[in-house]
Each structure stands twice: as structure tokens, then as C-alpha cells.
Design a protein around this ligand. Structure first.
Ligand code: NAP
Length: 249
């Protein structure tokens, strides 16, 4: 029987875990451990880093993993790089389940930053009211631009409050809707949305709300990811498992 390891932390990973469980496949879902109370899953879960590519390769071998599905977030570039190296080292079939990037539509007012440092630098200037849709990992880095008001939305309440001098924190794990996001932006008189090009439907509401309110978006572009086989739908991963994986396609 094949033994599948899913590198998770995304809705796509959870959807794949559900699908594999329904099909009676043997699968384990791996989390980095960034969220305090992850949703219950229909497959066994392991939590915490592997110790780099070497550690992941050792884990794949010791656990007898036959197929590795990297369903991490498109900004989890270190993990995705390690997955490519480890799968090759351990001789395990590998695919990435990932979301296509968002593209600006006609009425969108997007500017782009190449990375987090670029986004922070782009905020140099007069005070604004910014929705910082980045999660808790990066919020404190914006303290070097203290002139702005920041609207934050985290999955969990942080143990230590954000260091940003002017902020409002919403605790909510979604899913988010256009109506609710538009109301939130209006309530806090937001005049700029800052987010990563995560892609996918789950986090897109804020972009549609921004379009409807004619608000500008500062979009952090995706990091470079390694060359690898990619699927955009859990069903495609299933097809790959059934037809292509063992041929090394
Ligand atoms: P990263 O920078 O690529 O990963 C840093 C380290 O965290 C990795 O080297 C690995 O440690 C460990 N790690 C990451 N994903 C893991 C997983 N699924 N299972 C076990 N260990 C994992 O990633 P990140 O940006 O910190 O993201 C961490 C997790 O949050 C990912 O699972 C990702 O899917 C999820 N996430 C990230 C974002 C985002 O914007 N970055 C957004 C939503 C969800 P070792 O080297 O020790 O193995």
C-alpha cells in the first residue's frame, strides 16, 4: 500500500487529506506548528520541522513514505525547496499541490513589491490606514513604519500583543466573504490593502472588496519556487497517484 506524506498548513492540504481518507489511502498530514489549534483532520497529523532537507529525507525513509505531496503555502519557499531535494534523495515520488497566482483584473489598482522588505520600504511616506493581510508572522516588522494605522487579522490571539503603535486586531480564521471584508474595510476607513499573492478562492474576498471600494492594493509577489511537477486540484493529485507517480511523471 502506498504511504503518502502531505506537507500542509493550507486549505488545499486539508481538502486533499479529506479526499485521501475517503479513498482509504494511508496518508499523514504534516504541520509546521504555526497555528495553536489546527482543525481536526481525518488522517494522522504530525507537527514540527523535520530539520532541513536532510531531516525530511531521513523521515521519508524511516517512515516508508512512498509519495510526497507538497501542499504548503506558495510563500513557504524553504519547505518547498527542501521537499524537492529530500524527495530526490529518498527516491520518493513528489508533486506540489498549489494555487495559481492571482492576476489583476481591469478595475484593480495594484502595485507590486518583490518581497516583505520591499513592501515595508514602499510604505515610506505619509500616514495611511492599512489592512495588513499577512498573518501574525510578519506584522511586527512593520513597526519601522509607525506612522500608519494597521488593521490586523490573525487566526489565533497572540501571546504578546503586536508592537505596532496604532493597530486594531481581529481574531478570525475565516473563511472570509466579500461583504464582510468590505464592511471591515469601511468600518476602519482603510485606504490600502497589503497582502501576499497567495492565490486561491479562500483569501480572495479582500481583493474583490478592494475592487468594489476602488481601494489600492500593494501585492507582494511570490518567491521563486523550485522547478517541480504541480497540480492545482486535489483530484489531479489523485490522478497522479493512480497513473503517473510510479512512472516518475
Ligand atoms: P517556510 O519558511 O518555507 O518553512 C520554514 C521551516 O518550517 C521549514 O524549513 C520547516 O522546518 C518548517 N515547515 C514548514 N512547513 C512545514 C510543514 N508543513 N511540516 C513540517 N515542517 C514545516 O514556511 P513558512 O512560510 O514559515 O510557513 C510555515 C507553514 O505555514 C507552512 O506549512 C505553510 O504551508 C503555512 N502557511 C504559510 C503561509 C505564508 O504566508 N508563508 C501562509 C499560510 C500558511 P525544517 O527545515 O526543520 O523541516
Amino acid at each position: 500500500m502506498r504511504n503518502i506524506l502531505i506537507l500542509g498548513g493550507t486549505t488545499e492540504a486539508s481538502a486533499l487529506a479529506r479526499l485521501l481518507a475517503e479513498c482509504g489511502e494511508r496518508a499523514t498530514l504534516s504541520y509546521a506548528g504555526r497555528v495553536d489549534n489546527p482543525r481536526p483532520q481525518p488522517v494522522p497529523v504530525r507537527v514540527g520541522g523535520f530539520g532541513g532537507a536532510e531531516g525530511l529525507a531521513a523521515y521519508l525513509q524511516s517512515e516508508g513514505v512512498t509519495h510526497l505531496v507538497d501542499a504548503t503555502h506558495p510563500f513557504a519557499a524553504t519547505m518547498s525547496g527542501n521537499a524537492v531535494i529530500a524527495a530526490r534523495q529518498a527516491g520518493v515520488a513528489h508533486i506540489a499541490l498549489t494555487r495559481p497566482a492571482w492576476r489583476a483584473e481591469q478595475d484593480d489598482r495594484w502595485t507590486h513589491a518583490p518581497d516583505m522588505a520591499g513592501a515595508i520600504a514602499a510604505l515610506d511616506g505619509p500616514a495611511r490606514r492599512i489592512m495588513l493581510a499577512l498573518g501574525r508572522m510578519h506584522a511586527d516588522a512593520f513597526a519601522v513604519q509607525p506612522q500608519h494605522f494597521y488593521l490586523l487579522r490573525f487566526v489565533d490571539a497572540p501571546a504578546v500583543p503586536p508592537v505596532l503603535p496604532q493597530h486594531h486586531l481581529v481574531i478570525d480564521r475565516g473563511p472570509f466573504g466579500v461583504e464582510g471584508d468590505r464592511r471591515l474595510m469601511q468600518e476602519h476607513r482603510i485606504d490600502l490593502i497589503l497582502c501576499k499573492n497567495a492565490g486561491g478562492a479562500g483569501a480572495q474576498a479582500k481583493l474583490i472588496a478592494a475592487r468594489q471600494l476602488d481601494l489600492p492594493v500593494l501585492m507582494i509577489d511570490r518567491p521563486a519556487l523550485p522547478d517541480r511537477l504541480e497540480a492545482h486540484d486535489p483530484q489531479d493529485v489523485l490522478r497522479w497517484l493512480d497513473h503517473d507517480a510510479d512512472r516518475g511523471v
